[in-house]
Structure formats: structure tokens, C-alpha cells
Design a protein around this ligand. Structure first.
Ligand SMILES: C[S@@+](CC[C@H](N)C(=O)[O-])C[C@H]1O[C@@H](n2cnc3c(N)ncnc32)[C@H](O)[C@@H]1O
Length: 232
């Protein structure tokens, strides 16, 4: 039995919190009760099972803790997730958008095998073995419009990959959430330059950064851009 009291997140539907604001913990309601994906803590509260969502393991959780003003979730969201890995973050998304679909693209065979093992009971996740640099190669696996692209691939040409996928799949009114890793761990100046360079690349391709969130506290050298297409 746990004595943690869980309540609704004040802004994001299907995300739950506990604790005081300076020490907030995040949770999602377990779509497949009794199962863990990455050893996360399971907590039962008033007959419902929740999975603790660790911001040190998930940049999306870190973003939520930084209180973005854009509300990018809805129950039936169609999401293209680039860099799905073995399923840590995507499994929470699967809890958060029970009536949606998440297409999870991953190019490492070992990771996609783990992703399939970890999430095969979650009907709203479609794993795709593919290289995010070539969005044209997975068109046959994506059969709906895309409301949200979430990208976390840690590649040098992050913005270009995001643009290629957004041009291909993202609705005109859709949102792109892009985790940007600066390649230099040693210099704040160099990191700033990389963020600026990625921002310019996006703007040149007619994308507008509507919000920037610094998640260094949880993921070294990462910031997150929330982006939309510029109106024509
Ligand atoms: C930082 S990890 C992602 C972690 C994951 N987003 C999570 O929170 O659960 C980056 C992943 O992107 C994958 N990746 C890197 N480049 C890729 C590409 N071009 N296409 C598809 N996947 C890629 C890597 O294999 C790795 O699994």
C-alpha cells in the first residue's frame, strides 16, 4: 500500500501529479495494469494503478515539469514519434492518449526488438523499423494525418530530420516537439550557437518556434523547441 496522494495535472489531461510544486512527481494511468516497461514505480491510488514518469529518463516528462504554455495533447492524438528507442517515453504517451495512435520510428534493430517486447500489449503503438532521415520510406506504415511529431534522435542534423518529417506528415495545424542536443558538453557558448543554428534552419524552412524550454536540469545539454508551421 502506498500513501502517495495522486491528483490531476492542472493543465494536461491524463497526466497526474503528487507532492508539492517544488518537488512534483508525474504519473500516467497504467493502460496495462500490472506491467512495467522500464522498471518504473507502480502506485495504486483509489483502486487505479499509476506509473511514475521519470523526468531524468524522459525528456517529455522534463518538458511537462517545465510548464509549457502550449497544450499539445488530446485523447485521440495521432503522433509520429522519432527515436522511439526501447519504449520508455512512448509507453507513457500510450497511457496519456488511450484513443490515439503513436507511430514509433526507430532505426536500431536491438532497440526496436525491445520496443516490441515492451509494448506489444499496447494497441495504440505501431513500431516502425526505419531511418528518420528518410521519411518517404515509412509512408506505407502511417495511415492517418499526424497532429504531433515528437523527435528525440540525438543526431547532428536534428532540425533537418524534423523538417523532412514535418513536411511529409505533419498537418498544417500540427505541432512539432523537438529535443535538441548540443554536441558540445564543454561550452555553454558553443551550445548556444548550436541551438541558434538549429533555430535558423527551422525558420528558413518556414517553421516557427513558439516556445523554447531548457531542460538541462534533467537532461544535460538539451533544450526543447515547440514548433508549428508558419501560416502561408
Ligand atoms: C535518446 S534516444 C531516445 C529515447 C526515447 N525518446 C525515450 O525517451 O524513451 C535516441 C534514439 O534515437 C534513435 N535514432 C537515432 N537516429 C535515428 C534515426 N535517424 N532514425 C531512427 N532512429 C534514430 C537511437 O537509436 C535511439 O534509440
Amino acid at each position: 500500500m502506498s500513501n502517495v496522494e495522486i491528483r490531476n495535472h492542472p493543465k494536461f489531461n491524463n497526466i497526474y501529479i503528487s507532492g508539492a510544486s517544488e518537488n512534483l512527481k508525474l504519473y500516467s494511468k497504467n493502460l496495462i495494469p500490472g506491467t512495467q516497461v522500464y522498471g518504473e514505480r507502480l502506485i495504486e491510488y483509489r483502486g487505479i494503478e499509476y506509473r511514475e514518469w521519470d523526468p531524468y529518463r524522459s525528456k517529455l516528462a522534463a518538458l511537462i515539469l517545465e510548464n509549457p504554455f502550449t497544450n499539445f495533447f488530446k485523447d485521440d492524438l495521432k503522433c509520429l514519434y522519432l527515436g522511439a528507442s526501447s519504449g520508455t517515453t512512448i509507453s507513457h504517451l500510450s497511457d496519456i492518449i488511450p484513443n490515439g495512435i503513436i507511430y514509433g520510428v526507430e532505426f536500431a534493430e536491438r532497440s526496436i526488438r525491445q520496443l516490441i517486447q515492451n509494448t506489444s500489449t499496447r494497441a495504440n503503438i505501431i513500431p516502425i523499423l526505419g531511418d528518420a532521415k528518410h521519411p518517404e520510406n515509412y509512408t506505407k506504415s502511417i495511415f492517418t494525418d499526424i497532429d504531433l511529431i515528437y523527435q528525440d534522435v540525438s543526431q547532428p542534423n536534428q532540425a533537418e530530420i524534423a523538417i523532412a518529417n514535418s513536411n511529409y506528415y505533419l498537418k498544417d495545424t500540427g505541432i512539432l516537439i523537438l529535443a535538441i542536443k548540443s554536441q558540445s558538453i564543454d561550452s555553454i557558448e558553443k551550445s548556444k550557437k548550436i541551438y541558434e543554428q538549429e533555430k535558423r534552419t527551422l525558420e528558413k524552412a518556414r517553421y516557427e518556434i513558439i516556445e523554447t524550454s531548457n531542460i538541462h536540469k534533467y537532461a544535460a545539454n538539451h533544450i526543447i523547441f515547440i514548433v508549428k508551421k508558419k501560416a502561408i
